[in-house]
Design a protein around this ligand. Structure first.
Ligand code: FE2
Length: 144
């Protein structure tokens, strides 16, 4: 009898050797979850510099569902396969520093997906997601 391993808490870093299908669906789920995590952080930031963070987080959580949808539809169209999407809990973010660290992780996730992605148009479209991540990270680090 095989022992079933629990889902890792953060599944965005697909296991090494994971299929491109599973890496793509994990990325889609992560982007959808990230919109929720950043929206909640947007609602709770307070103190000095929090207005800039509140606004930057708003731009980010507005953009993420569109990126998730483009990736899912683009990949399913290119591969002519429907992906399976796992339900995983969104990450809890309790500070702007947590948010910045999550953005760094997301950037790394997208870069590793691009490295395996066989469709150049999706590699290209993932660059626009990295633009959104970079813009948010810049604002959260430097604008107060
Ligand atoms: Fe708001």
């Amino acid at each position: 009898m095989l022992k079933r391993n629990p889902e890792p808490a953060a599944s965005y870093s697909a296991p090494a050797g994971g299929s491109i299908d599973s890496m793509t669906s994990a990325c889609v789920s992560e982007l959808m979850n990230a919109a929720t995590s950043f929206h909640k952080l947007h609602l709770k930031v307070t103190g000095i510099g929090s207005h800039a963070a509140h606004t930057a987080l708003n731009d980010l959580y507005d953009a993420l569902p569109g990126h998730a949808d483009s990736l899912a539809e683009g990949y399913q169209g290119a591969s002519e396969k429907l992906l399976e999407y796992q339900d995983v809990s969104p990450r809890s973010l309790s500070s702007v520093e947590d948010g910045i660290s999550y953005l760094r992780d997301m950037y790394a996730m997208v870069t590793s997906l691009q490295a395996k992605m066989p469709y150049s148009e999706i590699v290209n479209s993932l660059d626009t997601l990295k633009d959104s991540i970079n813009s948010a990270k810049y604002k959260l680090i430097f604008l107060k």
